[in-house]
Design a protein around this ligand. Sequence first.
Ligand code: ATP
Length: 482
Amino acid sequence: MAAADIGIIVSLCKRRGFIFPASEIYGGLGSTWDYGPLGVELKNNVKRAWWKAVVYDRDDIEGMDGAILMNRLVWKYSGHEATFSDPLVDCRECKGRFRADKTYELDCPRYKRKVAACSANLTEPRAFNLMFKTQVGPVEEDAALAYLRPETAQSMFVNFKNIVDSRWRKIPFGIAQIGKAFRNEIVPGNFTFRTREFEQMEIEFFCKPGTDADWHAHWIAERHNWYLRYGIRAENLRRYVQRPDELAHYARACTDLQYRFFPEREDEEKQWDELEGIANRTDYDLSVHSKGKHDKWHVHNEHSTQSLVYRDPVTNEKFIPYVIEPSAGADRATLAFLMDAYSEKPGPDGEPRVVLKLHPALAPIKVAVLPLARNKSELVEKAKAIKADLQRYGIRAVYDDTAAIGKLYARQDEIGTPFCVTVDYDTLGIGKPKDGVQEENAPASPAGLLDTVTVRDRDTWEQVRVPIAGLRDFLADRLGTV
Ligand code: ATP
C-alpha cells in the first residue's frame, strides 16, 4: 500500500502538534521547521531506537557527541572546502536559482512547467559550496572563519585515535553519533525532507582492507531491516546501488536506502528518494586526517599532529582502516515513519478517521488514561493515579478529560497512541449514574469488575477488561521496550 503523501502529513503535523513552520508568526524562514510537543517525542524515539540498535544491542560500536564548530582545517583536509558543492544554475528570465541536477523535478516559478523546460534561459552550471560560514570570536578576520558542520562524520574520524586508546578498541569497530548538520541547500523543500538545518544519525565503521565488502553488505542488511522492524512497509523501501559514475571519487561502493517519499508522482521511478546512504569510503577519511604524505589521495597533511595508521596488536600489521558509513537523516526517517503509519478507516459515524499506526516504540505517547466522566472526582482521581503509576514505571502516559470518551479515542488514534485506558463506574464498583445522578441503592457493577479498567487497542479498536494490579505488565508486554 502506498503511504500518505507529504501534503497530508504536513497538515496532520500542524493540526496535532508534531511539526510547525519555524518563526511562523513572523512569516517563517524558508524551509525551517519546529518540532512541537508530539514531534519532539517522536523524533527522540526514532533516535533512541537507532541508538539502541547500533550502540546498545551490539558490542562493536562506541557512541560520541562532537562539537558542531570544528577547526577549519578539518574541512580543508576532508575536501569539503574545495568540493562540498552542488551545481547551481540561474534562470536569466525569472532570476530563480536551481540545482542543475534537479531541474526536471522543480517547478518553474513563472510558467506551468518544469525548470528543465526553460533550458534556453539557464546559465551554465557552477559549483555552489553548501557550507554555512560563521566566525569564531569577536574580530571579523579570516583566521576566525569557521563552518557549521555539514555532516557529523568528521568528528568521528578526528577522534578515531582517542576512542581506540581510551576504550581499548580493536578493528573492526565503529563510532556512532547523532547530531545537527547544516547545508545551505540551493532548493530546500518537501517539508522536512530537505532543509538547511537537520539531524543526522551516522556510523563510521572501521575495518581491515579486504573485509570491507563483507562489512558493507552487513550494514546494508542491518539498516534495511531496522526500518522494516520499526514499521516501514517492505513495498515502500528499496535499495539503490549507485553507478560508478555517481560515486564520490574515494568511494568503492554506495547503496542508498530509498523510501517512497512521493507516492503521488505518476512516474514510479520518481516516487523514490534517499532515506539513508551506506557507503564504502575506503581509507580516504583516516588517510587525509593522518599527518604526513598520502600519495594515494594526493594529500600532504602538514597540520595534523596525529598518525592514524593502525597497528594490529596480534599480527603487528600496519594499515589505515577502511570505513563503512551508514548515514541516515533523523528528520527524513521521522517523516518516512509518519507517512507509512498514516491510515484512515470509517469511524462509528461512518466518517473517515485517521489512525496513525506508529510502532509502539516510536509512538509519542504510549498510553492515554481517560476517566469516563470528568465531573466524578473518584473517576478523575483513580485515572490520575493510574497515569502516575504508569509513568513511574517508565511508560509514557497522559491523562486527558477534555472531551467525551469517543472524541478522546479518536484524538489518540490520530496521534498514534497504541492504548487507551478508561476508568469507569465499574472500576469503582458502582453502577452507572442515571441522568447524571448516582442512585442511592443503585445495583453494584457486575462481579469481578471492581478495580479493573478497559484497555482499548488503537489498531483493532478492541476493548478488554484488565485488573489495575496487572495493568503495567499487560501494557509493558504489548509495548515492548524501545
Ligand atoms: P541528497 O542527495 O538528498 O542531497 P545526500 O546524498 O547529500 O542527500 P548525505 O550527504 O549522504 O545526503 O547525507 C546522509 C543523510 O542525511 C541523507 O540520506 C538524508 O537522510 C540526510 N540529509 C542530507 N541532506 C539533508 C537535508 N538537506 N535535509 C534533511 N536531511 C538531509
